[in-house]
Design a protein around this ligand. Structure first.
Ligand code: DP6
Length: 319
């Protein structure tokens, strides 16, 4: 019975970031991006007919504001053909504290679930195009392991697909930084970043890094993957600081401390590189073998720091 079917999508962490839109209505990015899907964090979603005349939304068993869900379902109605109001129920297995984005897994799971509920069978690339309209990073969460989102020039050409990559012992440590950084949503943060005088250079540099990253992934060169990811992320965060209109940073003192600890570890020959998204949390690219010693070292300095080790995760699944 399709009514009881659920879709599960995992979060992804961009190693080459999406940080700017050339078309905000269609969510067309200014750059192509490349990500690793994580095993530990995911969203499971089911839909059923709404008992009211509007779309309704329950997240982790709590009734929530359905505005963003409804706006997205309206887009799906224009793209897939009209359907009656839905009740959307999601369970987020993503730390709810600042920084680890759940919109990627959430909009991917919702898209997959609605399409399956309607009895449609669409390729993942098409699903990714649809989910992009809900949240750009969601376009990459249909695919396991590595994915690329091609920036494209229009609705049709902007979609994600799997990046065929060898198995590799890559691990990603998520350090959940306590305390609050400035709360700037990703859409708003990108708009500000685009006012940086360095923005055009960042876009050009990102294209080169994308090519280098693709090669590093094909070679399963985790050291290079980490190094490129760190450069790309720090350049993204430098845009926020140099914005002409409302400069800002997601970094807290603890973020900075972790970044310097990672540098120290590197001097000791440990493979550890940082990437950061729209929040203060630090994600550390390393190998499965070295993850435990990095966790132990960070725990020594910051006993309160919450640390999770994630590895490569699967694409969307249906139960
Ligand atoms: C820093 O996908 O959350 O995580 O499309 O406006 O919903 P919207 O933005 P969103 O942005 C993610 C930004 C990022 C980098 C990335 O995931 O590529």
């Amino acid at each position: 019975d399709s009514t009881f079917m659920t879709a599960t999508a995992h979060t992804n962490i961009a190693l080459i970031k999406y940080w700017g839109k050339k078309n905000a209505f269609l969510n067309l990015p200014t750059t192509s991006s490349l990500s690793l899907t994580l095993d530990r964090f995911y969203t499971t979603t089911s839909v059923s007919p709404s008992e009211t005349s509007t779309d309704t939304f329950v997240l982790n068993e709590q009734v929530c504001d359905a505005t963003r869900v409804h706006t997205f379902l309206k887009i799906l109605r224009t793209q897939l053909g009209d359907f009656p109001p839905l009740h959307v129920s999601s369970d987020n297995h993503v730390p709810t504290s600042a920084g680890l984005a759940s919109s990627a897994s959430a909009f991917a799971a919702l898209t997959g679930e609605v399409v399956a509920y309607l009895g449609l069978d669409l390729p993942k690339e098409t699903l990714s195009r649809l989910a992009r309209r809900g949240s750009g990073s969601a376009s990459r969460s249909f695919f396991g392991h590595f994915a690329v989102w091609h920036e494209g020039v229009d609705d049709d050409s902007s979609f994600a697909e799997s990046l065929h990559a060898p198995d590799m012992p890559i691990a990603l440590i998520v350090a959940e930084v306590s305390g609050q950084s400035k709360k700037v949503g990703s859409s708003e943060g990108m708009m500000r970043a685009m006012t940086s005088p360095n923005y055009d250079d960042w876009v050009k540099q990102s294209a080169n890094q994308f090519d280098d990253m693709t090669a590093a992934v094909a070679n399963a060169d985790i050291e290079k993957i980490g190094a490129i990811a760190e450069n790309n992320a720090l350049a993204m965060h430098a845009l926020n600081l140099t914005a002409t209109r409302q400069p800002f940073t997601y970094f807290t003192d603890e973020t900075q401390l972790i970044l310097s600890l990672i540098k120290d570890m590197r001097r000791q020959g440990i493979l550890a590189y940082a990437t950061l998204d729209a929040g203060p949390n630090v994600k550390i690219v390393t190998t499965k073998a070295q993850a435990p010693e990095i966790v132990a070292a960070l725990h020594d300095y910051l006993p309160q720091l919450k640390l999770d080790v994630a590895v490569s995760g699967p694409g969307i699944t249906y139960d």
